[in-house]
Design a protein around this ligand. Structure first.
Ligand code: PRP
Length: 196
């Protein structure tokens, strides 16, 4: 579609992601404050690390959290990226994860920091921790932007969580609904009518 036509269509339909939000839960400022807290926690935890920890961004939801978090740290970390599709092979209860894009670095003998946007049922985190340990990781810690403990189906938890949320459909700052809303700078609750 030519750009002008698209721009006109946008104007007519008044496309605005904020209209789809029931409410804003956390502003960009709230998030920045929590990111700083998480960075301080990581700096303290790895201040005496003998080798550089590997910070793993679990794409796509963690992209903004990861970028802001590692830049708020004082400790040097190696960056790596992984795309995981939950519940590979359709085996919902097995905790298996399907790796779409794997890490470039070896985790053998390394301290690994998993940076997640959300821990929901906990299956992704459980599967990922199991995978990293099976590859020889020395330690694995997880920092999560959001935690939904009411939905947990495993006994796994993030070691540090910025926000604890109820069973609400949250979007923004990386979190999506059908790949949309990730680029909101805040975190909000999606209106029921959007996803029901
Ligand atoms: C989301 C999120 C976590 C996982 C958490 O990823 O990023 O990785 O789900 O859910 P769980 O605790 O129930 O396993 P998703 O598969 O939606 O991909 P995305 O990061 O690309 O949004």
């Amino acid at each position: 579609m030519p750009f002008n036509t698209y721009a006109r269509a946008l104007k007519c339909r008044r496309i605005n992601m904020y209209n789809d939000l029931e409410k804003i839960l956390f502003t960009a400022e709230d998030i920045a404050e929590k990111v700083k807290g998480a960075a301080d926690w990581l700096d303290k935890k790895y201040s005496a690390a003998q080798s550089m920890p590997l910070a793993v961004c679990v794409l796509k939801g963690s992209v903004f959290f990861f970028c802001d978090l590692v830049r708020a740290m004082r400790t040097p970390v190696q960056l790596d990226f992984m795309t995981i599709s939950s519940y590979g092979n359709g085996t919902v209860s097995s905790g298996e994860i399907k790796i779409v894009t794997d890490l470039a670095a070896s985790v053998d003998g390394r301290d690994v920091i998993i940076i997640e946007d959300i821990v929901d049922t906990g299956r992704t985190l459980a599967g990922l921790k199991r995978l990293l340990f099976s590859r020889g990781a020395k330690s694995v810690a997880c920092v999560a932007l959001a935690d939904k403990p009411s939905r947990r189906e495993t006994d796994v938890n993030a070691d540090y969580r910025c926000f604890t949320v109820g069973d609400e459909f949250i979007v923004g700052y990386g979190l999506d609904y059908a790949q949309k809303y990730r680029n909101l700078p805040c975190i909000g609750v999606l209106k029921d009518e959007i996803y029901r």
